[in-house]
Every structure is written in structure tokens, then in C-alpha cells.
Design a protein around this ligand. Structure first.
Ligand SMILES: *Cc1c(COP(=O)(O)O)cnc(C)c1O
Length: 389
């Protein structure tokens, strides 16, 4: 390593935001379970006054997340949707938000059922063609909300192109980077203003915390978001901050294995006679494989496939698997498989699901870090059960 070279990603994942505890030398960041901090005299404190405003365990997590996204600033929240809530509180009545047409369901719900009532305006377009974004921007557009890869069909949005269009129109951009994680995609380096995460997924990585984050290098946006974090108060507990921080220490190891296993599963499924189609950005058959390869350093751990035989076949497979759990959510060390039309995307009307390509045989896989031979054998068991279902 050249002298003075900044630490690389894998080193940041283990160390960023964390120095041995100044009081004791504890190498692991202590869980500071305290709501208040003693002051030497009125207003004479050491940077910490009250736990909603600032907590040392949360500080460490925020510092680590910011470093991994290449951001100057990081803020942690009690959930991914609490992070979305903070971002939307940057806006005022009359402002317009332009979103990807297949944003996470809970994100659509907070747009449609919470902030629309308060006077924000929302519209959505298929952002895989930046020309659609150019056409849909309005003079009142203040925020462009992007997901890439999307859920569940893993569409890829050209982040640099959309960032440039939004900037020219005076709008800010946010990328929900939950699926890719900063290990595979760093939107700020492509001109995006804000990154948000559900840390519930890959960043924590062990399916035992609900959490969220917002990262930015814009000082003014950060100051306003930090004000909102304290004023609204949707902060993570010290224990949850500690757990996500611990999860981050193996992010690079886990993500590499998630992607390796996802690719092997995708290749297995693509060659299978019972499978009508496989969607994975790491397969040459993905319609945006070239963009994914340019924009991301790897295709991630999520894939989707359509089983022939529709709902009865899909149901039989889901009942038969033993290593995969049939469950919502994603990004943990354990492999999950789910049926978007019935589970994660049930709130979408059937016509909207059809328009997005979510058919009744579609299954979404979050490839875990188990031995991939066991995962493929499990899918073979599921496919055998689906035969003639
Ligand atoms: C899960 C998820 C969210 C919401 O996060 P919570 O932690 O469940 O509140 C937002 N965006 C994406 C892409 C998600 O997968």
C-alpha cells in the first residue's frame, strides 16, 4: 500500500468511525445505553447532551456508513422508512417528487398515504430510459427518487444520466442503495446527492435489526437532515446501532459470497426446463447487463425467476424447499425465497403487477452465504415438487 493512501473499502468496513474507547481502550465500540450525559457546568458538555440528539454508538455507526458510501456525512434512523420520512421532510407542500415506477412498496405507501395528504405531489416513470425522466420533470420537482437495481425485477437505472438531468432541472437526487450496497455501487461518485438504506437488509446482514440511514456529502442537506433526525426523533437504539456496526465489519465478505451464490443459482435456473425466465444483472441475458457492469462492481445477491405452471407450481416449490425459508425481506446470511404477487407486492393491483412483469410464477430469491451446492439441491427439490403441480 502506498504511504498515505486512504484506506480501502474492506479496511473501512472493519474500522471506519471507530477508535478504541477513550475512557477504557475497549476495541469494540461500547453500547452507550444512556439517555443523558453529565455536564461539567450548565452548557459545558463534551459534545453529548441527550441521547436523541447524539449518542456515541450511533456516531460510530454513522461514521462507518458514511465512509463506506464515500460520503462526508451519515445519519442513522430507526428503520429504512424512518430514513425516507426524514428525506421527505426536506420538502414543502407543493413540491413534486419524481420516483421510479417500482420503488419499494413501503416507500410508495409513505408517498401516497402520508405525504400526499400533506401537499407533496408524486409521480412515477420507468427510469430505465432516462428520456422518460426528462419528460416527467416539472418546474416544481425538488427530488428524484431512484432505486437501482429495482425490486423484484432488478431493472437498472443509469444513475449518472438521471443525476445530470435532475441537476439541470434544479432537483436533488436520492438513490435507495439497499439492494446493491456500497460494496457494489456508490451513487454519490456518479453525481447523486443523497443515498438512503434500509440497514435492515445487507448492511446489518443478519436479519435481527430494523434500521435505516441517509448519507450525503452536501453540508447544507446534512445540516437540515440532522435537524430533522433530532426534531422528529426516529433514531435507532444504541443496541441496534451496535448490531449494524458489527454487521458492517463483514459486509465485504458477505457481499462477495452473496453474489457468487446468486450467479451460480441464476446459471442453474437459466438452464432448467421448468424455468421460463431468470432475471439477474450478472447474466448476459439481462437486458441491461452492460449498464450494470459499467455502473456496479458486481451484480449483487438478488435474483428473480418465473417457474412454468404459474401459481400452483410456485406454491409447490415454496412448500418443498428446506434450506431456503419462504419469507419476506432479504440481505441476511440465510437464503430466502418469496412470491412477490402474494407476499411483497400484494398491495399492487393485478394490472400494475402485470405491467411491471410480476406474473404468478415469479419467485424472488435472496441468495444467502450457505454452501451453494446445498442451495441448488434445495431448488432441485422444489422444482421436482412443482412438476405436475
Ligand atoms: C426494506 C426496504 C425498505 C424499507 O426499510 P425498513 O427498514 O423495512 O423500514 C426500503 N427500501 C428497500 C429497497 C427495502 O428493501
Amino acid at each position: 500500500m502506498a504511504a498515505g493512501a486512504p484506506p480501502r473499502f474492506d479496511t473501512l468496513a472493519v474500522h471506519a468511525g471507530q477508535a478504541p474507547d477513550p475512557a477504557t481502550g475497549a476495541v469494540m465500540t461500547p453500547v452507550y445505553y444512556t439517555s443523558t450525559f453529565a455536564q461539567d457546568g450548565p452548557g459545558e458538555h463534551r459534545g453529548f447532551e441527550y441521547g436523541r440528539t447524539r449518542n456515541p454508538t450511533r456516531d460510530a455507526l454513522q461514521g462507518c456508513l458514511a465512509a463506506l458510501e464515500g460520503a462526508r456525512h451519515g445519519l442513522a434512523f430507526a428503520s429504512g422508512l424512518a430514513a425516507a420520512d426524514a428525506l421527505l421532510h426536506l420538502l414543502s407542500a407543493g413540491d413534486h417528487v419524481l420516483a421510479s415506477d417500482d420503488v419499494y412498496g413501503g416507500t410508495f405507501r409513505i408517498f401516497d398515504k402520508v405525504f400526499r395528504r400533506l401537499g407533496l405531489e408524486f409521480s412515477s416513470v420507468d427510469m430505465t430510459d432516462p428520456a422518460n425522466v426528462a419528460r416527467a420533470l416539472r418546474p416544481t420537482t425538488r427530488l428524484v427518487w431512484i432505486e437501482s437495481p429495482t425490486n423484484p425485477l432488478l431493472k437498472i437505472v443509469d444513475l449518472a444520466a438521471v443525476a445530470a438531468l435532475a441537476r439541470a432541472a434544479g432537483a436533488r437526487t436520492v438513490v435507495d442503495n439497499t439492494f446493491a450496497t456500497p460494496f457494489f455501487q456508490r451513487p454519490l461518485a456518479l453525481g447523486i446527492d443523497l443515498v438512503t438504506h434500509s440497514t435492515t437488509k445487507y448492511l446489518n446482514g443478519h436479519s435481527d435489526v430494523i434500521g435505516g440511514a441517509v448519507l450525503t456529502s452536501d453540508d447544507e442537506l446534512h445540516d437540515r437532515l440532522r435537524f430533522i433526525q433530532n426534531a422528529v426523533g426516529a433514531v435507532p437504539s444504541p443496541m441496534d446501532a451496535f448490531l449494524v456496526l458489527r454487521g458492517l465489519k463483514t459486509l465485504h465478505l458477505r457481499m462477495a459470497r452473496h453474489a457468487e451464490n446468486a450467479l451460480a443459482i441464476a446459471r442453474f435456473l437459466e438452464g432448467h426446463p421448468q424455468v421460463a425466465r431468470v432475471v439477474y444483472p450478472g447474466l448476459p441475458s439481462h437486458p441491461q447487463a452492460a449498464l450494470a457492469a459499467r455502473q456496479m462492481s458486481g451484480p449483487g445477491g438478488m435474483l428473480a425467476f418465473s417457474i412454468r405452471g404459474g401459481l400452483p407450481a410456485a406454491t409447490a416449490l415454496l412448500r418443498a424447499v428446506r434450506v431456503f425459508a419462504c419469507a419476506e425481506s432479504l440481505g441476511g446470511v440465510e437464503s430466502l425465497i418469496e412470491h412477490p404477487a402474494i407476499m411483497t407486492h400484494a398491495s399492487l393491483p393485478a394490472a400494475a403487477r402485470a405491467a411491471l412483469g410480476i406474473d404468478d410464477g415469479l419467485l424472488r430469491v435472496s441468495a444467502g452465504v450457505e454452501d451453494v451446492a446445498d442451495l441448488i439441491a434445495d431448488l432441485e427439490r422444489g422444482l421436482a415438487a412443482a412438476r405436475g403441480a
